[in-house]
Each structure stands twice: as structure tokens, then as C-alpha cells.
Design a protein around this ligand. Structure first.
Ligand SMILES: Cc1cc2nc3c(=O)[nH]c(=O)nc-3n(C[C@H](O)[C@H](O)[C@H](O)COP(=O)(O)OP(=O)(O)OC[C@H]3O[C@@H](n4cnc5c(N)ncnc54)[C@H](O)[C@@H]3O)c2cc1C
Length: 406
């Protein structure tokens, strides 16, 4: 491996590759260092049946289509991994796989010293592209060996779980998709639901990703106040369906409020299910209303879809919510935590983190010259951690590096 480069990108997922593509366009010499394989997370950190949440026409780089996939289809995770592998070849990315960056420290002459599992490199700039979703978070609520606990990061398929009912905690895209898969596999499923958004899969002939783009919501710079921790429940599974928790309940799933505390085999559930479902419905109906308004104002000839506004009747688990869940009585053998991830920048020994170890940056440019972040949620906009959004952020950061640091 060479011992000096202008810009060293840590991580060979979509963010690292987008960065490489744009640095090349700007003529900046660089290297990408990936500890495993290109797009490793799509290969080994996702469940077997996962397909993209957005359609192939949308969740991609502008420079490459998904070959052999209809633009409106939802490619599976293997197709996503091979998409990025082919893209790396297409741009001839200077990538070294199987090399881990273990330590980055400031060095002489405004450079950084990068220690890796295969030697040291000096670089003028470091781009951290190590992913938005790195270390699984399992809240330390339930300490009881009688029940298995697993994070969605390690979930593969229903057959992997002990026989018996499953409590899925978290109803974002991962939790709601996994709960649906388990229900379809004949499991008894409890789903613990917090605040969420649940856009329609499609409305009046357009996928919700189109509506979010058209209505300027992907480009939002910061989350609305009070909605910083609100997850989004969407799915491309089974051809792409709106996530509808009432429908799940009518199919036999038991909906619960948020999982709060645990003692002597009993989980205490918050009294927030009705509110969380009502807020999710309001978000859903709100998007339909904004879409209708847009169609009206722009005089568009989109097909009407009044049926989309019908909300199913409240299931019993919503009108008489469970507040105490006795694990043994419910037959729950597994708790599956779909509760998100933390980031881990322990290898980056520079003073750009707050006391919660979150990086200080402006659109990915850190306060210390030469340090950049990419791929993080809300880096510059709502779309920043998604495939198409990371491309836009990479364009901006590469231009910044070319102008200021090459
Ligand atoms: C279940 C799930 C489904 C998703 N579905 C979609 C979707 O449909 N559409 C969409 O647009 N987005 C989706 N996302 C969001 C996002 O696109 C993915 O999380 C994507 O993997 C992020 O890409 P990335 O390159 O930023 O990070 P990652 O894919 O996490 O890549 C980071 C890379 O850095 C490497 N690395 C980490 N540390 C080091 C180190 N110290 N040295 C060297 N290498 C290192 C890792 O091995 C990894 O390969 C999904 C996310 C999840 C969790």
C-alpha cells in the first residue's frame, strides 16, 4: 500500500464510493480503505429477505442504474451489494479491502497519520465514511436469561428464532418489516410502537419517495423541532406496501406502546400506543393532503384515490391497550430489538466530538481542517444517509477538498 495520499476515505460503502467518484471528478488523489468488502453492510448486516425501501429508479447514484431491475421494483440486498461492487469497478475506485483503519492522529505539516491493520499512511484529509448505522443499540431494560434477545442487525429469518412468540421492539422500517415477516411465518407477534412517520407507499400514481422529493421534504435541512427521534416506517417488501399497523393488528399482531421497564417477568408498557398510532395516521393523512394540494395548485391530471384516506377501525389492542406484558403468559421466547444504532469513531483521535461522541461539523466539514464526515443522518439534509442523498453530499465535500485542501 502506498504511504502517502491527499485524501483518505475510511469505509467502502455507498458513502465512500460516492466520495471517491466525486474526488476523481475533481482530480483529487485519494484512497478508500475498507475493513471488509465493498458494501459489506448490505451483505452481512441485513436480514435475508431485505429489499430496498425505495424503488430502483430512486435509490441509486445518478451515474448508474440498477441493471435487470424494473425502475419501479425494489432490488434485494444482494443486488444492492453487487450494484456498488460494479460501480466501484466502473469508476476504477482506488480501494483497498480487508484493511482496517485503527487510528488517525494529527501529524506534522497539517497532515494526518493513519494507522491501519496493514501499515501506516499519511494523508492531508480524512473522510469518515464508516456508516450511519454501526453499533446496534439494545436498551438495558430486560435482564433475564429465560428470554433470548437479539438486535435487528443480527436477525436473518424467522427460522433462526426460538419457537414461540416474539416481541419486536421498535416500529421503524426494520421493526415493522421484521414483525410483518414473523407474522406471515405463523409466529405470534407483539410489536412495541413508538413515535413514527408512516407515509403511503404510493399515492395517486406516485411513490412516496417522489412525493417527498416533489414536496421538498428530502431536502429539509434539520428535523422539525420535537421530531428528532421520530422514525419512518416504510417497506419495499412484497412489492412495496404501506405500513399499516391497524392492518397488522387485524391480521393477529398485538400492538403495544413503548417498552418501558421490566421486573419479575413482566414488562411495563407506556400508555402511548393510541397517541403514537394517531400521530402516525396524522402524518400519513397529512402527506395525502399536501399531495392533493400540490396536484390542485399545479393543475395535474393524476388519478383520484379516495380509498387511500380510509382508516381501518381501531383493533382491540388499541382500544384496550396492554400495560403489563407477562412474558411467560404471552409465550414470548424472543425479544427482537429494532432500536437503532450508534456511531463509532473511536479510531479518529481528533478533537471534533461533543460529550456524546457525536461529531461537530457543518454539512460534513469538521471544525478541524482536513476532517470530513459523510453518510450520517441529517448531515446536510434529510436524505443524507440514503443512497441518492449521499451522492449530493459527496459532490459538496469533494468540491470543498479540491478548493481548500488539495
Ligand atoms: C436495514 C436497513 C435498510 C436500509 N435500506 C435503505 C434503502 O432501501 N435505501 C437507502 O437509500 N438507504 C437504506 N438504508 C440506509 C443506508 O443506505 C445504509 O445504511 C447504507 O449501508 C449506508 O452506507 P454507508 O456507506 O454510509 O455506510 P456503510 O454501508 O455502513 O459502510 C461503511 C463501511 O465502512 C467500513 N468501516 C467501518 N469502520 C472501518 C474502519 N475503521 N476501517 C475501514 N473500514 C471501516 C465498514 O466495513 C462498511 O463497509 C438502510 C439501512 C438499514 C440499516
Amino acid at each position: 500500500m502506498i504511504d502517502k495520499t491527499n485524501t483518505l476515505i475510511v469505509g467502502g460503502g455507498q458513502a465512500g464510493l460516492a466520495m471517491s467518484a466525486h474526488l476523481q471528478k475533481c482530480g483529487v488523489k485519494h484512497l478508500v480503505i475498507e475493513k471488509d468488502r465493498i458494501a459489506e453492510r448490505w451483505r452481512t448486516a441485513r436480514w435475508d429477505s431485505l429489499v430496498m425501501n425505495g424503488p430502483a429508479w430512486h435509490d441509486r447514484f445518478p451515474d448508474k442504474h440498477f441493471d435487470n431491475w424494473h425502475p419501479d421494483s425494489f432490488p434485494n440486498k444482494n443486488a444492492v451489494a453487487s450494484y456498488f461492487e460494479t460501480f466501484a469497478k466502473q469508476i476504477n475506485a482506488p480501494i483497498h479491502c480487508g484493511v482496517e483503519v485503527t487510528n488517525v492522529t494529527p501529524s506534522k505539516n497539517d497532515d494526518f497519520l493513519v494507522k491501519t491493520s496493514k501499515g501506516s499512511i499519511k494523508a492531508r484529509n480524512i473522510v469518515a465514511a464508516t456508516g450511519p448505522f454501526q453499533t446496534p443499540i439494545i436498551p438495558s431494560i430486560i435482564a433475564d436469561d429465560r428470554v433470548s434477545q437479539i438486535h435487528s442487525f443480527n436477525y436473518r429469518n424467522p427460522g433462526q428464532l426460538d419457537n414461540g412468540a416474539v416481541l419486536v421492539v421498535g416500529a421503524g422500517s426494520s421493526g415493522s418489516q421484521i414483525a410483518d415477516e414473523l407474522l406471515r411465518a405463523g409466529r405470534k407477534v407483539y410489536l412495541s410502537i413508538g413515535p413514527h412517520e408512516r407515509p403511503p407507499r404510493a399515492y395517486r400514481g406516485k411513490d412516496f419517495v417522489w412525493w417527498l422529493g416533489t414536496l421538498g421534504k428530502w431536502q429539509m435541512r434539520t428535523p422539525p423541532i420535537g421530531k428528532e427521534h421520530v422514525t419512518i416506517a416504510v417497506s419495499g417488501a412484497y412489492g412495496g406496501k404501506t405500513v399499516d399497523f391497524r392492518k397488522f393488528a387485524h391480521q393477529g399482531m398485538k400492538l403495544l406502546g413503548m417498552t418501558k421497564t421490566y421486573a419479575s417477568g413482566v414488562i411495563t408498557i407506556a400508555d402511548d400506543l393510541a397517541k403514537n398510532i394517531a400521530d402516525g395516521d396524522a402524518n400519513y393523512l397529512g402527506l395525502l393532503a399536501e399531495a392533493d394540494e400540490y396536484i390542485k395548485v399545479n393543475n395535474l391530471d393524476f388519478p383520484a384515490e379516495e380509498g387511500a384516506k380510509l382508516i381501518m377501525p381501531d383493533p382491540a389492542c388499541l382500544t384496550s391497550p396492554t400495560r403489563q406484558l407477562h412474558l411467560e403468559d404471552a409465550g414470548i421466547k424472543t425479544i427482537l430489538w429494532a432500536t437503532g444504532y450508534m456511531q463509532d469513531f473511536s479510531w479518529l483521535k481528533v478533537d471534533v466530538f461533543d460529550n456524546q461522541k457525536k461529531p461537530f461539523h457543518k454539512k460534513g466539514v469538521a471544525a478541524i481542517n482536513g476532517i470530513y464526515f459523510i453518510g450520517l443522518p441529517w448531515l446536510s439534509m434529510r436524505g443524507s444517509s440514503f443512497i441518492w442523498g449521499v451522492w449530493e453530499d459527496a459532490r459538496y465535500l469533494a468540491a470543498h477538498i479540491a478548493k481548500h485542501r488539495s
